[in-house]
Write a protein that binds this ligand. Structure first.
Ligand SMILES: NC(=O)c1ccc[n+]([C@@H]2O[C@H](COP(=O)([O-])OP(=O)(O)OC[C@H]3O[C@@H](n4cnc5c(N)ncnc54)[C@H](OP(=O)(O)O)[C@@H]3O)[C@@H](O)[C@H]2O)c1
Length: 377
């Protein structure tokens, strides 16, 4: 881990969420290099989300309000090196207004807050905002770490993330503020403990035996599933911050985008389902068969179906989640590797599947026990 995070002071929103908890877990694991985290939490302080001391203070605020509603607490804050917005509205079936309020307003207010703090402190305060790789909508092929064009087929969630990115890019370019838009890929639980706040899109498509399930899953041939454990995403955020801080956040000035994802290492949906059949020794899951379809059919199945029909929240989220496992594309990581100083995250397919489906780790087939030492003759 880069020493650049030692002594770093961060103002962070969203610590109780899946990404926020991964970040707090990574801070805790960083030991001496852990930054000082001041958390912005809604309504009440959260003793259960502080990672056993990884959060030094909690301030009550709300990202949808200018200055995140911190008011006079800001003047007592002291030095802040960076503001992190890991808060978000992530119910894919919520209204466009509800999604925009948190995802667009929250992102923009966060950047203004970093700029105001910078003015007050007399030196720029960096800003990192969590976006999503799924801002790409149903784009296929290689997805660059750049601003993406407008597209009619985005869902309300994807649209809110797209508008947030556009607004941040404009404001960062106009002011030269150091801003990183961190497009996060799919997130599963902690790689060591399995702790999670919610189930992934892949899990939602499969049902435990005995429940109503989809025997067939429509997907583009070659579709990939890009998911990483939440603490790995957290470590990536720390490495990005540490590397940038050692260079005075020069690479972030005026705005930059990076994919915090498995990228070219993301497995195909077909290989994931095949391996799941092998790992699921108790036959707990009904693993569906992939029906190859063009990407246009996915648009109709996911976006069209929820636009014109009434679904429960669970079914609607399942349909949206289909978009995140059924498209043949690679989220490029060329900028990520530069911004971390050469480090890329990885997680084995087996570990991601075990975390996603709560499958126990395999015990070693052979326990060596007490054996005589071999002789080198
Ligand atoms: N998880 C993923 O797979 C994934 C993938 C790609 C991108 N992302 C992005 O990463 C970010 C975090 O996602 P997540 O999965 O961690 O979300 P999450 O688990 O739903 O958590 C959302 C977090 O945002 C906070 N929050 C919501 N509205 C707020 C407000 N008005 N003011 C202050 N805090 C507020 C929540 O606090 P409360 O405890 O008060 O509700 C919670 O800490 C989002 O921008 C999301 O789009 C996530």
């Amino acid at each position: 881990m880069s020493a650049g995070t030692r002594g770093l002071r961060l103002l962070v929103a969203g610590i109780t969420g899946q990404v926020g908890q991964g970040f707090i877990e990574a801070c805790r694991a960083a030991g001496d290099a852990a930054p000082d985290v001041v958390a912005v939490v809604r309504r009440r302080r959260r003793a259960d989300a502080t990672g056993d001391g990884a959060v030094s203070h909690q301030l009550i605020g709300d990202v949808t309000v200018p200055g995140w509603g911190l008011g006079s607490a800001l003047s007592d804050l002291g030095r802040v090196d960076a503001v992190l917005n890991l808060a978000g509205a992530t119910d894919w079936t919520a209204s466009q207004a509800a999604l925009d309020r948190v995802n667009v307003l929250g992102a923009v207010h966060g950047l203004s807050l970093a700029q105001d703090l910078g003015q007050h402190l007399g030196s720029p305060v960096a800003y990192l905002a969590a976006s999503s790789v799924f801002v790409a909508g149903l784009a296929t092929g290689n997805i660059p770490e750049d601003s993406l064009p407008a597209a009619a087929d985005r869902t309300p969630y994807e649209t809110s993330k797209w508008y947030a990115e556009q607004a941040l890019a404009r404001q960062a370019a106009a002011t030269g503020t150091p801003v990183l838009v961190a497009r996060v890929g799919g997130v599963v639980g902690n790689s060591m403990t399995g702790r999670t706040t919610r189930r992934s899109s892949l899990f939602q498509l499969l049902s435990p035996r005995g429940q109503r399930s989809w025997p067939l899953v429509p997907a583009q041939p070659g579709a990939r599933v890009d998911m990483l454990p939440r603490d790995v995403i957290g470590e990536m955020v720390l490495r990005l911050l540490g590397h940038a801080r050692e260079r005075d956040f020069a690479a972030w000035r005026g705005g930059v985008i990076a994919h915090l994802a498995a990228g070219e290492q993301a497995p195909t949906l077909a290989s994931m389902l095949a391996q799941l059949r092998e790992l699921d020794e108790g036959g707990e899951y009904q693993v569906p068969i992939i029906v190859p379809v063009p990407v246009g059919a996915l648009a109709v199945a996911s976006r069209g179906a929820v636009r014109y029909m009434r679904w429960s929240r669970a079914a609607g989220n399942r349909l949206h989640g289909l978009r995140y496992v059924a498209v043949d594309r690679v989220f490029e990581r060329f900028r990520l590797v530069g911004l971390t100083g050469g480090w890329l995250p990885s997680a084995s397919l087996e570990s991601v599947l075990r975390l996603t489906f709560g499958l126990p780790a395999r015990s070693p087939a052979f326990e060596p026990g007490e054996l005589p030492l071999g002789r080198l003759t």
